[in-house]
Design a protein around this ligand. Structure first.
Ligand SMILES: [Cu+2]
Length: 145
């Protein structure tokens, strides 16, 4: 429901030609959130190509980094410093896994779907820690329509 509304908000007005203005989505890096300890909030985002995601250091000790094997072909890897606020603009449509480097094994991950990418098509590589795999499973269960 929430994502359908977001899609409406970012759709270009029918009377105005040209591309929609790019949106910036904020993700908070937290020691504890609704889903438990060491989380991104939200842990799932659907964005349009050209939109940005800004990771906010709401509590200390976290970062945001791309996960090897969990990004579309041609996507640029990224890695923020601990406690650093970083902004990414994933341009290639597809699914992007994001991890907190120090809390990866504790399952601090999130998923970004760019464009029409279907979360159900997510491939979680073998190298992803068990707790992180479990979190991706929880994210998929919530994000499926
Ligand atoms: Cu963390």
């Amino acid at each position: 429901m929430k994502y359908a509304l977001a899609a409406l908000l970012i759709a270009p007005p029918l009377i105005t030609p040209g591309p929609a203005a790019a949106e910036t989505f904020e993700v908070r890096m937290l020691n504890r959130g609704e889903a438990g300890p060491m989380v991104y909030e939200p842990d799932f985002l659907r964005i349009a190509p050209g939109d940005s995601v800004k990771f906010i250091a709401a509590t200390t000790g976290h970062n945001a980094a791309s996960i090897e094997g969990m990004a579309p072909e041609g996507a640029e890897p990224f890695k923020g410093q601990i406690n650093q606020e970083i902004e990414i603009a994933p341009a290639v449509p597809g699914l992007y896994g994001v991890k907190c480097s120090p809390h990866y094994a504790m399952g601090m991950v999130m998923l970004i779907a760019v464009g029409d990418a279907d979360p159900a098509g997510l491939v979680v590589p073998e190298t992803v820690p068990a707790r992180a795999k479990q979190r991706f499973g929880e994210i998929l269960a919530r994000s499926s329509k």
